[in-house]
Design a protein around this ligand. Structure first.
Ligand code: NZQ
Ligand code: ZN
Length: 393
């Protein structure tokens, strides 16, 4: 087991009506004026914003609203948020929605605490020295942004989708009421389930040493998400299934399933971010479209790891050698994605890059990495990235 730092400062309030505690949670942070940040008017129509505002009113906490965050959240909205918060004297950022809203709030948090252009932190030009505090009321289980150290923003100038990861931005609290996720369309639910699985798979499939406990946690999390995703196909309002997936979503990306590993691979995520930036697809669906191709490209570098996944998570009967078991496992994972109506190729995702766009996708992914390479199972060069994009068609 490799050494690690595990830091999860987020207070989690989980269960029915958890959102009614929002005011209390904000007050605990000593906040005086809150930015209520959200996406579409959906959260107003459902009455969620009104409930949250009531809980703030009761404690005399002021607030200002900013909606309009879109999936693959944009830098222009972040700038708008920074300006509004400075004008209004906001000292706490409350995201109400999914990963996109949480990430937009986090980026505003960086912008408020640091001078200069916030994009510098995503463009690897500078490192932030702090961030304003963020809290999340989650309405979709997917990214784990509600506990993660990450924010992912798309710059419309060049359609660059980039992340900035520091512990400053781990949310102070996460309000998790599984009932709030029941209104999700099936595609978003399943895209979220895929993303949750991928956050653990990215950590599990690596080149590190032995880590039994982490592996058992990871395998249990993967099996739990798969089992409950299938339940939600038929019963989208099944509370227990929603709850299992919601908790898995937070644990999958707060670091738990990576303790003792080499940090994980993350090539699929980095490749998908380029697809999301250029073609505006749902993140989890984009991951499903790439994963199988990536796995077949790299598995020979660590067949034992892929074979372990195949047997312990996907129920594959071990074959004569690890390579054959690994390949059977990759096929079984793609079958699972198909069964929850996720795409397993770029074509199925609805993305048809031109010859030039394949090159652009790979180039953008390579330059976004400080080393120019991606991955742990196999160090991918730009040419490998392009080959994977092309093979994923
Ligand atoms: O605008 P609203 O109404 O909120 O609509 C959203 C959006 O259209 C909708 N939705 C959310 N909750 C709903 C709902 N519709 C009906 N009922 C509900 N209860 O779902 C759509 C997708 O929302 P979004 O927030 O974009 O989804 P998700 O949570 O999957 O976030 C994706 C973004 O997060 C990034 C992704 O790259 C992508 O930009 N990620 C962030 C990470 C992090 N910060 O740690 C890690 C991830 O790997 C990921 O990269
Ligand atoms: Zn993800």
């Amino acid at each position: 087991m490799l050494g690690f730092t595990y830091y999860t400062p987020t207070k989690v309030v989980f269960g029915p009506y958890a959102e009614l505690k929002t005011g209390e949670l904000v007050a605990e942070q000593g906040a005086k004026k809150v930015l209520i940040h959200y996406g579409s008017e959906r959260v107003k129509r459902t009455g969620l914003i009104a409930q949250i505002e009531k809980s703030l009113d009761e404690l005399g906490i002021g607030y200002v609203e900013l909606g309009g965050v879109v999936p693959n959240p944009r830098l222009s909205k972040v700038y708008e948020g920074i300006e509004l918060c400075r004008k209004e004297g906001v000292d706490f950022l409350l995201a109400v929605g999914g990963g996109s809203v949480a990430d937009s709030a986090k980026a505003i948090g960086y912008g408020l605490a640091n001078e200069g252009d916030v994009w510098d932190f995503f463009d690897l030009k500078r490192k932030p020295a702090g961030a304003y505090p963020v809290g999340v009321v989650l309405t979709i289980s997917a990214t784990g942004s509600e506990m993660s150290n990450s924010t992912v923003i798309t710059n419309e100038d060049g359609w660059l989708k980039r992340s900035c990861n520091t512990d400053y931005i781990r949310p102070r609290f996460a309000v998790l009421n599984p009932t709030l996720t029941m209104t999700l369309p099936e595609y978003q639910t399943m895209s979220g389930c895929t993303d949750i699985m991928m956050h653990t798979l990215e950590r599990y499939l690596n080149n590190g040493g032995a880590m039994d406990l982490t592996d058992e946690i990871a395998e249990g999390l993967l099996r739990t998400v798969m089992r409950n995703a299938l339940i939600l196909l038929d019963e989208p309002e099944n509370y227990d299934a929603r709850a299992e997936i919601m908790w898995a979503g937070s644990l999958s990306h707060n670091g738990l399933t990576g303790c003792g590993t080499d940090g994980g691979d993350w090539a699929c995520h980095r490749l998908e971010h380029e697809v999301g930036g250029m073609f505006d697809v749902a993140h989890g669906a984009g991951l499903a479209a790439i994963w199988g191709t990536w796995a077949r490209y790299v598995y020979k570098n660590n067949p034992a790891r892929f074979a372990k996944l195949a047997v312990n998570v996907l129920g594959v009967t071990p074959c004569d050698d690890d390579e054959a078991t690994a390949l059977a496992g990759i096929g079984a994972m793609e079958e699972f994605f198909r069964s929850i109506h996720m795409p397993v190729s770029l074509t199925e995702l609805g993305v048809h890059p031109t010859d030039e766009e394949y090159k652009e996708l790979a180039h953008k992914a390579a330059v976004a990495s400080p080393t120019g390479t991606l991955g742990s199972v196999m160090k991918l060069q730009e040419a490998d990235m392009e080959a994977i994009f092309r093979a994923a068609q």
